[in-house]
Structure formats: C-alpha cells, structure tokens
Design a protein. Structure first.
Length: 543
C-alpha cells in the first residue's frame, strides 16, 4: 500500500480521535479536578503553586496544568479545551510509536503499531479523559523509544548523543508531570534489560553526564522554586505521595494482584490476540548464555512487563496505571501482525464484541425502574447507541475479513474500534452529566451575583467550581483538600452547626447538599428555595 494511502488511514483516525472531545461534561473527580487546577492558574496568575478550590494542591507537578492553562488562555474554558491537552499528547504518542516502530522494525510494522495503539480500548479511553496518566505515559514512551533508537546505532556517536539527550529530556518532562515514577520506572526497566541481555556496553552509551544535566535543567527549576515557596512540599510530595501511596492502602485502592492483568486483557481489545502473541512469540533468545549486543525488542518487552508487575505489587491500583506499557506493547504486536497473511483473529474479536453489544442493547431498553439513583430513562436511552456501536464492529469485522490489503484490514479494525468507542461515549453523555456539575452550575449562575456565597455541604466536586468559574466554601468536608486546608485554614467550615449560623447570617447564599444531608436535624427548616435537584444533589438559594 502506498504511503499516500497510509496517510488517509491516519487522517481518518485523527478525525475520529478529536471530533467528540467536547460532547461530554467533565466527570468528577479526576476530570473536574485537573481542569479546575488549570483554570485557577489562569485566574490567579500563580503558575508556581497548583491550587484547587483556592487551597494548595501539591500532590502532582504542574506540567499538564501548565499545558491546559495555556490552552485556556488561548481559547477559554470548555469541555473541549479541558480535554485538548490530553488528546493532543495521546495522538502525538501514537505518531511517536509509529516512528519508533518504523525505525526499529520496518515501515508496515510501525504503521500497525500506531493503529493498534490508537484503537486499544485503554489507550483510546485515556486519551479522552482528563487525567495525568496519558501525559506521563507518552513522555516515558519517548524516553524508552529514544533509548532504543540511540542504542540501535552505537557506532554513530552523534546519533547516540542526539537520541539519548532527547530521552533524558523526556524523562524530565515525565517527572514534571507525575513525579519520580517518570524516571524510576524507565530506569529500572532499562537496568533489568541490561542484566537480562548481558548488554554491559549500554552503560557506556547513556551519556550520563550531559543527560543528567538536561534532566536537571528540565526538572530542578520548578522543584526548587516550589520548595522555597512552600517549605512543606518536599515531605508531603516525596513521602506521602510516593512512598505511602505505593506501600500502603492509604488511598483505598487496594486490589488483588491479578487486577491489573485483567485491565491489560480488556484494555488491549480488540488487539488482545496480537498483543498476547507479540509478548509470547518474541524473536529474541529468552536466556542468552553470553554477552550480547543491543536488542530493541527485548527492551520493549522488559519495559512493558515491568510496568504491569510493578503496579500489580503496589497497594494502590487504578486501571490507567498500566497505560505506560501500551506504547511498548503496540510495536511488539505490530511486528507480529506484519508477519501474518490473515487477520481472522481480529475479525472474530470484532464480531464477538459487536454481537455482545447488540445483545446488550435490548437489556438496557427493559431496565427496572430503580437503578443506583440514576434515572432509568437515561440508562435505557443507551440502547440505540449500543446497537449502533455493535453494528459498527460487525461492519468492521466483515471489512477485515474481506479486503485483501493487510494495511486496509488493520486500518478497518482500528477505525471501527475507535468509532465504536466514540459512539458509546456520545450516547453516555446524558448519564455523564449526572456525574458532573455543569447543569447545577447553570442553575446557580441564574440566581447568583458576585457577592453570593456558595456553600458545598458534605461534598466537594471540582467540576462545580470549574463550571462556576469560582471557588466555594466547604462545609464538613475536606477529603483530598485536607493538606491544603491544614496549611491555610480559612474558609472551610468544620461542622453543620457553624454552617447553620453562617447561613442565617448571610444575605445571599447558595447551599449545595448531597441528598441525605438535607435530612440532618442540624439543617431542619434551613430556609430558601430549591433551585436544582437531581438524584444525588440538591441546591438551595437564599433569599
């Protein structure tokens, strides 16, 4: 297939990737939190100390906050602009994976790696959801890919130096996104690769001196400046957010050891067969008996498997934690696909998934009248979208089995998987609005003035402050803001009695309460009129 036609496939992926970024409201808490931190940066002009609801929020470094804040400065705040940084980074990560796969394994292998990565369920979903995981994953992938490209031509000193310095810079950006994991995980994986491959020469080609200088040039300015401005930062960031998060279940994210393996298997769909074969049928010698030269495939394999094992051993597990493994798994799967003459496994996978969605659609149409405080009409309204998504996968399965071009077959599978996920995402928009606060913010803005005090009673959902464009007064709620409130104890109200006094003294106010709080005796006859109510929250305005 010509390169011109390859780019048509890429253009189709790009259109599907970026088209529907703004159709869903930002979901709490992750999407609301990270969008709001960036909004407050722009509003306050303080780009050094991240803040959430006006309080210091030092859990993570600021690179993604900066990127989104720059987008907000240029285009204003919206669902689309809040997700644009993550989507751009995810797409660039796909292009980088294509480039690396092309340089290491061949042109078709690189293209297949791109198509596999962009349409894998976990990578696709992460590219359309505002968390830090996509950004750190891509910069780690750049670092590992640059290491592989550098070591693949050790005889060319300038080639090695260029790529290694790029890799060190990418490690710095990964650290500036999510902390020490950005350098520790790629570094540990490279070390394990070196021991496994007996590639001792690797140490002489890392450009440690110049590389560390580049790494510190990227990372040190912010870490030093924020530590001077916030002396409590080093202890909180390095001990609480790194050591305790990994070694304890402080954040209540403890899952069985095999939990992330399950995430990997589902997240790799519809390319599960290719990914598993790419892992198990690697072309390197599994147990080298003597010193060997560089092996890019072994490096990618070691990196991907190490990521999954590392987080499987952690006491804190969330599905996106293993996202960094996917840019390494995609070239391995792409290399395997390029050696095949048929794609029956991929066609069958699409057909099975499509059939399951078509079978599930009528079930949603006949749901019981109560469903976890979610209006049944919203959930039952999913059925045509699920049916449409299933039809897309079945059409994709037919296309994969019928076309004779390998690139068109893989492209059809990739495009149908992305289109399916986008259809489901658009269809779930009404349900997502219940997990967000766009409608609530609109109801408050209709009655509030600049001097109206807004109380958030028993809950804090950052998307509310994002859509309001202002902070709120917390009542009997600290949660993830406990550290910031301890550093700057000011507006937070500790108990309902104190809130009642404040509420009765205010001339203009809005109270947002979780359903159930309004039944507390301390809030009996609170006064005011209900301006908003959904199955989870109620808002009362005074006067």
């Amino acid at each position: 297939m010509s390169h011109g036609k390859n780019w048509w496939v890429v253009a189709a992926v790009a259109v599907l990737w970026f088209t529907f970024l703004g159709v869903r409201d930002l979901r709490d808490s992750d999407e609301g939190r990270y969008a709001e931190i960036s909004r407050e940066m722009v509003a306050s002009g303080d780009w050094l100390t991240p803040r959430l609801n006006g309080y210091k929020y030092l859990e993570k470094p600021p690179l993604q906050y900066w990127g989104t804040a720059l987008i907000f400065s240029a285009f204003d705040e919206s669902n689309l602009t809040a997700r644009l940084w993550v989507a751009l980074i995810g797409f660039l990560g796909g292009l980088w994976t294509w480039f690396v796969g092309h340089r290491l394994f061949g042109a078709q292998q690189g293209l297949f790696a791109f198509l596999i990565l962009m349409s894998s369920f976990l990578y696709m979903a992460s590219g359309h959801f505002v968390t830090l995981d996509m950004t750190v994953s891509v910069f780690m992938a750049v670092a590992v890919g640059a290491l592989a490209l550098a070591q693949s031509r050790r005889e060319d000193r300038s080639h090695v130096r260029r790529w290694m310095l790029l890799g060190w810079g990418a490690l710095g950006l990964a650290v500036l996104t999510k902390g020490l994991m950005g350098v520790v995980l790629p570094g540990a994986a490279a070390f394990l690769y070196m021991l496994w491959q007996r590639d001792w020469v690797l140490l002489r080609h890392l450009h440690l001196g110049a590389g560390l200088a580049v790494f510190l040039l990227v990372t040190a300015p912010w870490f030093v400046a924020v530590s001077f401005a916030n002396p409590e930062f080093p202890s909180f960031f390095f001990i609480h957010e790194h050591l305790q998060r990994y070694t304890t279940d402080f954040h209540r994210r403890d899952e069985p050891f095999y939990y992330l393996l399950q995430v990997l298997l589902v997240g790799a769909l519809p390319w599960l067969v290719a990914v598993v074969r790419g892992i198990l049928r690697s072309q390197f010698d599994w147990w080298p008996k003597e010193t060997r030269g560089f092996d890019a495939e072994r490096l990618l394999w070691a990196y991907a498997i190490f990521i999954v094992l590392f987080f499987s051993l952690s006491h804190s597990k969330l599905p996106p934690y293993i996202l960094p493994a996917f840019p390494a798994l995609a070239p391995l799967a792409g290399r395997h696909l390029a050696d095949r003459t048929h794609f029956r496994a991929e066609s069958a996978t699409l057909a099975i998934l499509g059939a399951l969605l078509l079978l599930a659609a009528p079930v949603f149409f006949f749901l019981p009248p109560t469903l976890d405080r979610t209006p049944v009409e919203l959930v039952s309204g999913l059925w045509p979208w699920l049916a449409g998504a299933g039809a897309i996968l079945l059409i994709g399965a037919i296309a994969v089995s019928r076309v004779r071009s390998a690139t068109l077959s893989v492209g059809a599978a990739s495009i149908s998987a992305i289109a399916m996920l986008q259809v489901v995402a658009v269809g779930s928009g009404p349900i997502e609005r219940l997990r967000s606060n766009g409608q609530l913010a609109g109801a408050i803005q209709a009655v509030a003035t600049p001097d109206t005090e807004i109380f958030s009673v028993g809950l804090f959902e950052p998307s509310l402050t994002f859509y309001l464009g202002r902070t709120v007064t917390l009542v009997q709620r600290q949660g993830e803001l406990a550290f910031g409130i301890a550093q700057e104890p000011r507006d937070s109200i500790a108990d309902l009695g104190a809130f009642r006094e404040r509420w009765e003294a205010t001339q203009r106010g809005v109270a947002v309460l979780r359903v159930g709080y309004s039944d507390d005796p301390s809030l009996a006859d609170l006064g005011g009129r209900v301006i908003y109510k959904d199955p989870r929250k109620i808002a009362i305005a005074r006067p």
